[in-house]
Write a protein that binds this ligand. Structure first.
Ligand code: BGC
Length: 535
């Protein structure tokens, strides 16, 4: 049994797109030196760990998730020395850094794939080739808007190759031990530069087996356990963060250990996204009814004591609606993505603030849930200042626009004449109004509220580590729960409706308002929330 909490169990993560954050050399693309130049901002915000989106060389069909070289940095972002410098700068500020590790697939431009399609050894079997496009037909298509099959015919090899994402992203063949060994060496290469771990991309799909949906297979878990063992052995400080967009009971095995005994330490992933809770936060808020959130969390199995969930409100992808029913998906689209342009695959390609009608109360309310429900919170860059999106850009690019630093030209992101993407420039979310500079010294800004939430979260270990106990209340608009450790209890109250809700509380200290409440009734304002420490 571990007695001390592990750092990732109490950490606040910040997801950052290097291309979008800050351009240091004025070529219109954000870069690693740009991130270094803003490290004080990140430290001041109070985050503990940066998650960097892909930075390796890539034709950028999938914004870097199509890797063309695992051992370099895309020239737009800098070079390996810049990468080392970023890690050093982050560490000097007490910030850890994890990066994406993309194991499932490469770009079709990767030299391995080029060699494989020519049947050149040792790469012939590095990818999943077949004479027929009928194999593994039970596997779903993920990028539904662009792909109609998981197979593509290759004229050169005269066979089909398998891909779970874009057709330009052939899947690697994990049945080939050489591919597995490559992954270990890639992990070592980045870890040796001082990284603190990986966000392991798209792990459910590593192996394929006929007659299955080719997700979460035992072979996949066996490989991931070997990866963990290697990491544990050679880089014991590092973490593996699991990206498996699956139901909670299907994510549980990714933590490893013993599914029937959570006192057995996990031996696969340290931490894993809780995907299904995310759309249910939006659902509950729109309906003014806590049930979707309570139900999914009650359905969430326990995890080993050395593991942690992580939660998020938005990320660099579409707001995924894969883990809801068909009827719920239609409802979510109607409510949150009325225009077809706002939809992508099985999701919604919008940012937090526009999803919530730029209503400060609701933005804060969801953030309060992010910090009080179980799981380490992840903030998506720009959401801390309420950035908007650009639904006129293709794919998921509309939520990957330049960070808005100030109200100067290009939002203070770059001095270049042309940027990789236009800055948000509309009447509501335009950089002239929504930017860091205008919020940082304003005590009532969203940015400063986020800082307060982060600071308070970090001062109250029960919010990260406590058990959760939902409180019953006749009004379903009240989402109330306790976070309980042996030493303390925090009552978290959230009003999901646009009317006041009154609730009976014991004597408590209000961690955000800094007042003491004696036993009795308090009324939460519309979309109000309170974090109350029981005396
Ligand atoms: C990433 C996506 C990416 C996909 C394929 C996902 O996990 O979040 O951005 O397109 O993997 O690599």
């Amino acid at each position: 049994m571990l007695t001390q909490p592990q750092w990732y169990q109490t950490a606040v993560f910040y997801e950052l797109n290097v291309r979008a954050f800050k351009d240091n050399n004025d070529d219109g693309q954000g870069d690693l030196q740009g991130v270094i130049s803003q490290i004080d901002y990140l430290a001041d915000l109070g985050i503990d760990c940066l998650w960097l989106l892909p930075i390796t060389p890539s034709p950028l069909v999938d914004d870097g998730y199509d890797v063309a070289d695992y051992f370099g940095v895309h020239p737009d972002y800098g070079n390996l020395d810049d990468f080392r410098a970023l890690i050093a700068a982050a560490h000097a500020h007490g910030i850890r850094v994890v990066a994406d590790l993309i194991m499932n697939h490469t770009s079709d431009q990767h030299p391995w794939f080029q060699a494989s399609r020519r049947r050149q050894e040792p790469y012939t079997d590095y990818y999943v080739w077949s004479d027929t496009d009928q194999a593994y037909s039970d596997a779903r298509i993920i990028f539904l808007d662009t792909e109609d099959s998981n197979w593509v015919w290759d004229d050169e090899r005269e066979q089909y190759y398998w891909h779970r994402f874009y057709s330009q992203q052939p899947d690697l063949n994990f049945d080939n031990p050489a591919v597995q060994e490559e992954m270990f060496n890639i992990a070592r290469f980045w870890m040796d530069m001082g990284l603190d771990g990986f966000r392991a991309d798209a792990v459910p799909y590593l192996f394929e087996r006929e007659g299955t949906n080719c997700e979460n297979l035992p072979e996949t878990h066996a490989f991931l356990k070997r990866l963990r063992a290697m990491m544990e052995d050679e880089y014991p400080h590092a973490i593996l963060l699991c990206e498996a967009n699956q139901w909670p009971q299907d994510v549980r095995p990714y933590f490893g250990g013993d599914p029937n005994d959570n006192s057995v330490p996990g031996d696969e992933f340290h931490i894993g996204f809780h995907f299904p809770v995310m759309p249910r936060l939006y659902m509950a808020l729109k309906r003014g009814d806590r049930s979707p959130v309570v139900d999914i969390l009650k359905r969430t199995p326990g995890i080993p004591a050395n593991c942690q969930w992580c939660t998020f409100l938005r990320n660099h992808d579409e707001l995924t609606l894969e883990m809801v029913t068909e009827a719920e998906r239609q409802w979510m689209w109607e409510q949150y993505a009325p225009e077809p342009r706002m939809r992508l695959n099985l999701g919604i390609r919008r940012r937090l603030a526009p999803l919530l009608g730029n209503d400060r109360r609701r933005i804060e309310l969801l953030n309060s849930l992010l910090f009080t429900l179980p799981g380490s919170p992840i903030i998506y860059y720009g959401d801390e200042i309420g950035m908007g999106d650009n639904i006129w850009l293709p794919d998921r690019n509309g939520v990957r626009t330049p960070m808005q630093w100030d109200d100067s030209a290009n939002a203070g992101f770059s001095n270049a004449a042309e940027l990789y993407a236009p800055v948000i420039d509309d009447a509501v979310y335009g950089y002239q109004r929504v930017n860091v500079a205008s919020q940082i010294f304003n005590p009532t800004s969203l940015l400063n509220r986020m800082r307060t939430l982060i600071t308070t979260y970090k001062e109250q270990p029960a919010l990260a580590l406590g058990d959760i106990q939902f409180l019953d209340h006749p009004d379903r608009a009240l989402l109330a729960f306790k976070r309980i450790t042996r030493h303390e209890t925090i009552i978290c109250l959230h009003n999901l409706s646009d009317r006041g809700v009154s609730v009976e509380i014991p004597g408590t200290y209000d961690l955000l308002a800094h007042v003491r409440w004696s036993e009795g009734r308090i009324t939460l304002l519309p979309y109000g929330y309170r974090w109350l420490k029981v005396d």
